[in-house]
Design a protein around this ligand. Sequence first.
Ligand code: PLP
Length: 374
Amino acid sequence: MKITPFGVEQWMNKWENHCEINLAETCVASLTIEQLLQICGKTQAMPGDLAAMKMTYGDITGSEPLRSAVAALFERRTAANVMITHGTIGANALIYQTLVSAGDKVVSITPSYQQHTAIPESIGAEVLRLPLRAEDGYLPDFDQLERLVGEDTVVITLTNPNNPTGAVIGRKGLERIAEIAGKSGAWVLCDEVYRGTEQQGDGPGMSMADLYHKGISTGSTSKAFSLAGLRLGWIVGPKTLMQAVEVHRDYNTISVGMIDDYFATMALENADSILERSRHITRENLALLDAWVTGQAAVDYVRPSGGTTALLQYDLDTPSYELCETLIRETGVMLTPGSVMDMEGTLRIGFANNTDDLRTGLLRLGEWFGKSGA
Ligand SMILES: Cc1ncc(COP(=O)(O)O)c(C=O)c1O
């Protein structure tokens, strides 16, 4: 099966280990196991728990405590609505495998994670893109969405909070998408891996899985929970969907690792504390980024309302890929070129990693843009 290469992942693989300051990172500053144990009060219990663990395949669709802890992130979903997967990347792939066939129509709100266009296209579906624009604050034009969605649309797909823009579609917007989908009976796959990083409020924002009977939420412990090393994700949706997904999942997952399940359960049972840490980091860091952008003559952006990344528009003639490689060589700072996300003329910056790195990285970038005469 042919598939378009994944632009962002290829960029990361090329440079991630060859930069001094990684401002391409999209996770909220990752936790060590020691920090996780301290937050969860499990430092004493963990060694014994692991020592006693018999290394079977574990519970095939995810342990009951884990699925209950995931369900607790939703208003109207229970453990029976949850399927555990290999990260959000595994969750998304399983949904397309389950729902999309050659000749189907998929409507994708872009920019987004490239899985949401490349996988359905590789299956042979027609993917219609609804482009988000800076002048609209990177929020969708719902009338245009309505025109793109038809009787033959199988899935509408989006990322909320958005990667790369950091825009957040609130409850009303999500309800509008559900209403449009409902008219044609389409599913809505909402990649919510950045849920819990909203700049407003003190809990995760609204989920599509709580709003629409054919709403699907995918997510993981990677971004807002700062535990990408667990490779632990989920699909939340109607029970009938879980049964259909399981048919495919049996062929490519069996189960996730028992150790990942153990630590993920611990983290999600302490979701409030971990998300509070994430809110603190993302809000403090975005304030730093915001002050920096305000002071730049050559750089502008739409201030994110959530997520961990922002798209910087820059006032130079250099293509973004070339510019990013020059910045790595001359400043040691790694950003992500907009061109690998079909957003030429922009640079994606990850602002949720280590605060000192962000501060130093911005200082170096500011000096470079100052010298570039822009
Ligand atoms: C929107 C989006 N979806 C999915 C993923 C994959 O995340 P995970 O680590 O949960 O597989 C990423 C990672 O960058 C992402 O940005």
